[in-house]
Design a protein around this ligand. Structure first.
Ligand code: GAL
Length: 767
């Protein structure tokens, strides 16, 4: 390629509107949307002028993603048909072009869900949207050009090498350069002897790619000024029956499933938002892997996974259903395109070659495996199932393990799912087994976290399970057959705006950055019968010190780890009394201990208290003069927490003997609104840019107001527009706003007016 011209601007949509890409042919409401609304045929037209100087060039028109069947016409001549909404496709338009004149590219994009292509044919638990939703560009290549380059790193005889496949369109000499941090470390002219050439390179001082140091090399293969450029990483990856090995080092793969959808605009989000999801996964949720359920996702997202060291399990499009022979041929085509298009990404460690949760099909999946293996001998294949003992055609058995963790069965035993010698991975967990809304009551929100923690705990104690991908990263819009009736599956550990649910605290606590959050705001009225048995601290602190009304109660540390196989297990805090009956109420140690046991037994059993405790109470009455009234008073004061003076709790998170965060829980006295902006600078590189503003309502101690659901207004001025409505509401204390640059000004202002305060957020737009 000698030049890339982006074609993301100024398309005419359905003969009327001017639109920029990524484009969603029909925006949808946040919930209660209708999948019928986006199923139609859209026409996109773009006028391009191609200079005479390109006459002898190849002009590869490239679409990164169009939903779902697209027919491309150049100057009214049909030039190409693509039958997948999730792949990149390109073709040479030079024979259709009139040079030094205007040309019209027309895209007829069919987003009907009755198309005979994956994922369609039956129900699907996600929306499939419409439009040209990824970048479009023209790659201009010389007459002689480099068609493709595939870098295959390996380690042999104590040396790191890369085997490089180079595909040319003609037998012509070429040059190979390899760079690390812009420094050329290899530069050689090579005599081509075929259209396919193979070059082996030794790396004397290898800088490996791994999850902590994701070093990236760049390779440039050129024929005069025509260059093929791609990043790659030096790394090996292999799943064995006892674990996953990255550069020969065993790593437990902790991942989340990701859908590429966003509120209102569906799949149509530009680079920065794709990148943000990768950053959220790695930096906020501290996982080391993601599964691109259930299709190939944007290169912008995967590039960021490469940069951050986030492992990727990528998958061909589909959901449970297998269609007729044509449909199956398209699946094989999709597998082929997936491997060819993504195989230089070091983050990708596994090809999902089976339609998610589809039944066995020997012929189809033998071929799918063969295709992936023949196009890439450096990675293994997988096929996601929701049933045990499927045909083991893939290299790794990947299983959606949907059990109810509280039925005490635990994670399924590998031996019950697949054979002993095949590597095994849990590709989904929890999800629809326990949907959780931001505005659910606390016990439910915290149970989502605990269910995941239980699965995670077993995963970490089990060498048989190479990876554990929970369903899923964020809530998503879905079809009527799924979700909560409002077209949302509330399965995420984040909401649709990527705001944190309690389950996300579990993930955030796994990182290195000091982290502490609680599963509860300790409001008894939110609990059945006003009983809170215990709460959890999600933290990487050494211990949590609890104070009640200024009195030290207790330290909770290692011995309180509820799920000890997890590196930073949630800490159970289940004693809010400590020694206070002794220190504050003046009882002897013996009486205090006994009284505390009786009080907690009252909480646990109510008037069905076992005889043992009744006897204790009798002893307290007889020997320590605690009568019924006094017992009731102590219960109300220390356990029930009502009727007496306001109880104020303080939790100090301590690491290396220093308090790094304090949580104060007391009556809400003052509310305010806060915003977290993904970036105040919008960069119009090849199209418009978008920022996410995550907003939340907090009390005077910076605790989230979990039931703050008020409405509020927003207004955009200058260089930004709001995506979605300008009247919004908080949902469980959180909300979100996307703004996009509109090209009208270099400065944009977002005004947020809520009942609990106003915010003004300024954006700078760079072009
Ligand atoms: C799985 C499926 C996912 C999602 C999940 C919900 O069966 O693969 O796409 O629907 O269930 O828990």
């Amino acid at each position: 390629m000698i030049e890339r011209i982006y074609l993301n601007r100024d398309w005419t949509f359905n003969g009327k509107e001017k639109v920029d890409l990524p484009h969603n042919a029909k925006d949808i409401s946040y919930n209660y949307c209708n999948e019928a609304d986006y199923q139609f045929i859209s026409i996109y037209e773009l006028e391009i002028f191609i200079d005479d100087k390109y006459k002898d060039k190849h002009l590869f028109l490239t679409f990164e993603g169009v939903l779902h069947k697209s027919d491309i016409y150049i100057n009214d001549i049909h030039a190409y048909t693509n039958l997948c909404g999730y792949n990149k496709f390109k073709f040479d338009i030079k024979n259709y072009i009139k040079f030094n004149e205007k040309n019209i590219i027309k895209v007829v994009a069919d987003s009907n869900e009755n198309l005979n292509i994956p994922p369609f044919g039956n129900v699907i638990d996600y929306l499939t949207y419409s439009g040209i939703y990824r970048d479009v560009y023209l790659d201009i290549c010389n007459e002689d050009y480099v068609k493709d380059v595939f870098v295959k790193p390996y380690f042999i005889d104590n040396n790191w090498k890369a085997d490089i496949d180079i595909y040319l369109n003609n037998i012509i000499d070429f040059n190979v350069k390899i760079l690390f941090l812009n420094e050329i470390i290899y530069d050689k002219d090579i005599k081509a002897n075929k259209e396919y050439n193979n070059v082996i390179i030794d790396f004397k001082e290898p800088k490996l790619w791994d999850i902590d140091n994701p070093n990236l090399y760049k390779i440039i293969v050129s024929i005069s000024d025509d260059k093929y450029e791609t990043d790659f990483g030096l790394r090996t990856c292999i799943f064995k029956k006892d674990g996953f090995y990255l550069n020969n080092k065993k790593i437990k793969i902790l991942g989340l499933n990701r859908h590429q959808s966003y509120p209102y605009v569906g799949y149509a989000m530009p680079k920065s938002m794709q990148e943000l999801d990768a950053k959220i996964l790695k930096e906020e949720l501290c996982v080391n892997a993601v599964r691109t359920s259930h299709y190939m996702q944007s290169h912008h997202f995967i590039n960021m996974c490469d940069k951050l060291g986030l492992l990727v399990f990528i998958e061909a499009p589909g959901w449970q259903y297998l269609g007729d022979e044509d449909w199956k041929l398209q699946h094989l085509e999709n597998v082929k395109n997936m491997v060819l298009d993504y195989r230089n990404h070091p983050s990708i460690i596994l090809w999902g070659v089976r339609i998610n949760e589809s039944k066995d099909d020997h012929n189809l999946y033998s071929k799918a495996n063969e295709i992936a293996h023949s196009l890439d001998n450096t990675r293994q294949t997988a096929g996601v199932r929701c049933y045990a003992k499927g045909e083991e055609l893939e290299d790794v058995y990947t299983y959606n393990d949907f059990y109810d963790p509280f039925d005490k069965k635990g994670l399924s035993k590998k031996e019950n799912i697949c054979s002993k010698n095949i590597p095994y991975l849990v590709s989904e967990f929890n999800g629809h087994m326990f949907p959780t809304k931001m505005f659910d009551k606390e016990i439910l929100r915290s149970e989502q976290a605990l269910r995941i923690a239980k699965g995670m705990n077993e995963f970490y104690s089990n060498d048989d399970i190479t990876g554990f991908f929970v369903w899923c990263m964020a809530d998503y819009n879905t079809h009527k057959d799924f979700g909560s009736g409002d077209r949302i599956c509330y399965h995420g550990v984040l909401d649709m705006f990527r705001n944190p649910k309690i389950a996300s605290y579990l993930y955030s606590s796994l990182g290195e950055k000091p982290y502490f959050n609680l599963s509860s705001s300790l409001n008894i009225g939110d609990y059945d019968a006003s009983i809170i048995h215990g709460i959890y601290a999600f933290t990487n602190a050494d211990k949590i010190n609890l104070y009640r009304n200024g009195e030290f109660i207790k330290s909770f540390g290692k011995e309180n780890k509820a799920y000890p196989n997890i590196k930073n297990s949630p800490i159970l805090i289940d004693d809010f009394v400590g020694n206070i009956l002794e220190t504050k109420e003046g009882y002897s140690k013996k009486a205090s201990d006994m009284m505390k046991e009786v009080l907690y037994a009252t909480l646990k059993y109510g008037n069905k208290m076992p005889f043992k405790y009744k006897l204790m109470y009798l002893k307290l009455m007889l020997f320590h003069h605690i009568n019924y009234e006094k017992g009731y008073e102590l219960y109300s004061k220390y356990i029930g927490n009502w009727g007496s003076k306001e109880t104020i709790y303080k939790f100090d998170a301590i690491k290396d003997n220093k308090v790094f965060k304090t949580i104060n829980l007391e009556k809400v006295r003052k509310c305010h609104v806060e915003a977290k902006v993904s970036s105040n600078i919008l960069i119009e590189e090849n199209t418009y840019d978008v920022a996410l503003i995550r907003i939340c309502a907090k009390d005077q101690n910076d605790n989230i107001l979990s039931y703050y659901n008020e409405g509020f207004k927003i207004k955009a001025e200058g260089g930004i527009d709001i995506i979605g409505p300008n009247i919004l509401s908080f949902k469980g204390g959180y909300s979100g706003i996307y703004v996009k640059s509109n090209g009208k000004d270099d400065i944009g202002l977002l005004k947020i007016n809520t009942q609990i305060g106003n915010l003004e957020i300024k954006f700078e737009i760079k072009r």
